[in-house]
Write a protein of this length. Structure first.
Length: 344
């Protein structure tokens, strides 16, 4: 098993994590000071105030405090993402999207009832249906695109909201459908060229090249194979690796490229992030027991994962990817990829 980073936290923080129940996605804020976790079964969000630093032995993490958020607009929250440092969008599988302005005062272990500043349902010809994971794409003019996995209609939709209109949507349309069977996680590359979507039913990750012509009939340009039951996923900041949480195993799978994700790839590396006892405890079916949510902090040094049996764990990104030794062992250098990892 990959060694965990033993984070520092008070007993109150650890008690809040122990009581969180079934979790799904998690996400660091843009300023790297908050970490939000979707508490699916308890219908709330846990927001932690975190500090990621670099010590003599590598990254270290301190969780200073927490705030538990409840709302009539937070149901079976499956996905979430930060619009900015204090604005959170959540996707409720039993409902719709909701946008929240987080309280500005000190967290101090509070349990807060909050009201959404906007609920997003889509439009008549693009209704949200069992929304799961969501990712924010920032645009010019105060606009943001919310890309949403509609789990059981096998569709990713795009909703353009305007900040100065209180996040009212001005465009709602289907975005991706071809090749998807229960889209369960979504990520954007940092260069804006790629959308990666976990496809639970096909047990792989589909990659689509971003373009003005992208639509529901667009075929995936790349496929990450042997992903098990993929859930949370993220690009590293150089877009040369994608980390995929496998809900059906104790592992996170690592895929490598030179930034061009065209073609078929198998994992370059798979690392255990749960020990066997914890994994088996959550093994209700072949699709369960493994990590669900996954994120990389904004300093690109720490990987955070979550699942019901292990509410939160941190790992060094270098340890997960294998660092320079991994790059050498796979024959990857700048501008090229290992041909063995790509199929025509």
């Amino acid at each position: 098993m990959t060694p965990q980073i033993g984070f520092k936290a008070s007993e109150a923080v650890r008690a809040a994590l122990s009581a969180i129940g079934r979790t799904e996605d998690l996400r660091f804020s843009p300023d790297n000071r908050l970490l939000a976790i979707a508490a699916f079964a308890r219908k709330r969000c846990l927001v932690l105030r975190v500090d990621v630093g670099m010590g003599p032995g590598g990254p270290d993490v301190t969780i200073h405090d927490f705030m538990e958020l409840r709302s009539e607009s937070i149901g079976e929250v499956h996905g979430l993402d930060f619009i900015d440092d204090r604005t959170l969008v959540v996707a409720n599988r039993d409902g719709k999207l909701a946008v929240f302005e987080l309280p500005v005062e000190s967290m101090a272990g509070q349990h807060r009832e909050i009201t959404a500043v906007r609920r997003i349902t889509g439009k008549p010809f693009c209704k949200l249906n069992t929304p799961g994971s969501v990712v924010v794409r920032r645009q010019s003019g105060g606009r943001i695109s919310l890309l949403v996995c509609n789990n059981y209609t096998h569709l990713v939709t795009r909703h353009v909201a305007v900040r100065w209109l209180g996040y009212r949507t001005i465009r709602n349309r289907p975005l991706l459908r071809n090749g998807l069977d229960i889209p369960d996680g979504i990520a954007l590359s940092h260069d804006g060229r790629w959308i990666a979507v976990s496809s639970h039913g096909t047990r792989d990750v589909k990659l689509y090249r971003m373009s003005p012509s992208l639509g529901p009939d667009s075929e995936p340009t790349g496929i990450l194979q042997d992903a098990g039951f993929p859930h949370g996923l993220r690009f590293t900041d150089d877009d040369r690796h994608i980390l995929v949480a496998d809900a059906g195993s104790p592992a996170v799978h690592v895929y490598a490229s030179n930034g061009d994700w065209t073609g078929h790839r198998r994992p370059s590396r798979s690392v255990a992030v749960l020990d066997e006892e914890i994994f088996q405890r959550g093994r209700a079916s072949i699709e369960e027991g493994g990590p669900k949510g996954l994120d990389i902090d904004r300093s690109n040094s720490v990987v955070a994962v979550t699942c019901e049996e292990q509410a939160l764990a941190f790992f060094s990104l270098i340890a997960v990817t294998g660092g320079n030794e991994f790059r050498k062992s796979q024959g990857i250098s700048k501008g090229c990829i290992n041909p063995a990892l790509t199929r025509p």
